[in-house]
Design a protein around this ligand. Structure first.
Ligand SMILES: C[S@@+](CC[C@H](N)C(=O)[O-])C[C@H]1O[C@@H](n2cnc3c(N)ncnc32)[C@H](O)[C@@H]1O
Length: 297
């Protein structure tokens, strides 16, 4: 699968509002946004990119640019590397990379057989197989409802637990088949395991908590007029972003009139930006992307 950075021009245009500055790309992936930022900023600027994934880090290590640094860590730890009011722009391009699906050994794909892993950082935590072979039926159901909006969560979780009584679940195709076999709406356009795989991935990598924690740090690391750009692929992520900044914008003391600018910390400068029809045609994955941009006041 070809890897296309989503909303590339649009996101970097918003992010770099000062050619000379200190920038963070929270999600290096295969460096599409990182490269574009490096092309846009001046030679006196700095860009630090993060990724949890060792393959992404290996890719980034090929970049020869003294203004660039790659760090293998979660973006929920950005506060460990920067001080308050020191950053001009922070970018998030959330979720998985197309490269995760290409490499069956990572366990993200329901089309290619591989171990049930799904960790972004394979050096930390335990693979999905560990959780899915031990979790209660109710826990599995909750994850499917909460992170996959899977209406057949009950049926799928029951089937997983029944299968588990006789076998160990350790491969992606085993899990995909288990879901496909009992899935009632077989005429769906998407593969029956799509939502379940997404839900398990979000749960295993604790994606929503990491995003919420990172936004809290982003808020304090940004300088005045600093920009935060977030590209989400899921309504749960987008709601976190929207509500976080809504709270920041509306967090006025009750007795102060709502139009009092003194208490406004962030301004929304772009909401619900979607990829163009041309981009979606080129890269189908971009169809669910939503970008929001905020400026610190
Ligand atoms: C959609 S891809 C980014 C693509 C990238 N913008 C590009 O142009 O190539 C998302 C990346 O974020 C990484 N990631 C996901 N959650 C993370 C986290 N909490 N901390 C750091 N990296 C994370 C994944 O490993 C993946 O490589």
């Amino acid at each position: 699968m070809l890897h296309f950075p989503v909303l590339l021009e649009e996101s970097v245009d918003f992010l770099v509002n000062k050619k000379e500055g200190n920038y963070i790309d929270c999600t290096y992936g295969r460096g599409g946004h990182t490269q574009k930022i490096l092309e846009t900023i001046s030679s006196k600027s700095k860009l630090t990119s993060f990724d949890k994934d060792s393959d992404a880090i290996e890719h980034a290590n090929n970049i020869q640019n003294t203004n660039f640094k790659i760090i293998q860590d979660s973006f929920s730890n950005i506060n460990k590397y920067f001080s308050k009011d020191s950053v001009d722009g922070i970018l998030y391009d959330l979720g998985t990379c197309s490269t995760h699906f290409d490499d069956a050994s990572r366990g993200f794909s329901f089309r290619h057989n591989g171990p049930l892993d799904m960790r972004f950082d394979t050096k930390k935590g335990k693979p999905l197989a560990d959780w899915i072979n031990k979790a209660t039926e109710n826990d599995i159901k909750e994850v499917l409802y909460k992170y996959g909006d899977e209406k057949h969560a009950k049926l799928i979780s029951r089937n997983i637990v029944e299968y588990r009584n006789q076998n160990t679940l350790d491969s992606t195709l085993q899990l995909a088949k288990l879901i496909q076999d009992i899935y009632p709406d077989k005429k769906n356009k998407i593969h029956p395991a799509t939502k379940s795989f997404q839900a398990f991935r979000i749960h295993l990598n604790d994606e929503l908590t990491e995003l919420s924690n990172s936004l809290i740090h982003a808020k304090s690391l940004l300088k005045k007029n600093g920009i935060v750009v977030v590209i989400s692929f899921h309504s749960l992520e987008d709601n976190i972003v929207k509500n976080f900044f809504k709270a920041e914008i509306k967090n006025y003391p009750k007795d102060i009139p709502i139009n009092n600018e003194e208490f406004k910390e962030f301004e929304c400068i772009a909401k619900k930006v979607r990829p163009s029809a041309k981009e979606i045609e080129l890269n189908n994955r971009s169809r669910s992307a939503i970008m929001r941009v905020f400026k610190k006041l």
